[in-house]
Write a protein that binds this ligand. Structure first.
Ligand code: FES
Length: 106
């Protein structure tokens, strides 16, 4: 599936990410700046924080409490816009998903 990543400075990456991988893995494996993923997807670091636009928000899996708790510590967190990309598994429904890296992770 195609996932579009927009770095804080505006550089855009269109990356083919296999179904079943996370949005974070697609970024990390392809050198998207700002998605560090220190905990490697264990939902315990928040360095994979991204913003998701309103067009996509309702198509994402709902947040588990552990993701909500971690996001509370994420710099630049914006309710209704912020997700941890390691918790977003790529599916057909997410083909074309666009995410943006927060300024705080630049
Ligand atoms: S990679 Fe650490 S919370 Fe997502």
């Amino acid at each position: 599936m195609k996932i579009v990543y927009i770095e804080h400075a505006g550089k855009t990456h269109e990356i083919e990410v296999a179904e079943g991988q996370s949005v974070m893995e697609g970024a990390r494996d392809n050198g998207v700046e700002g998605i560090v993923a220190e905990c490697d997807g264990c939902c315990s670091c928040s360095t994979c924080h991204v913003y998701v636009g309103p067009d996509w928000w309702d198509r994402l899996v709902p947040m588990e409490p552990v993701e909500e708790d971690m996001l509370d510590f994420a710099p630049g967190m914006e309710p209704g816009r912020s997700r941890l990309s390691c918790q977003l598994t790529v599916t057909e429904d997410l083909d074309g998903l666009t995410v943006q890296v927060p300024a705080e992770q630049a």
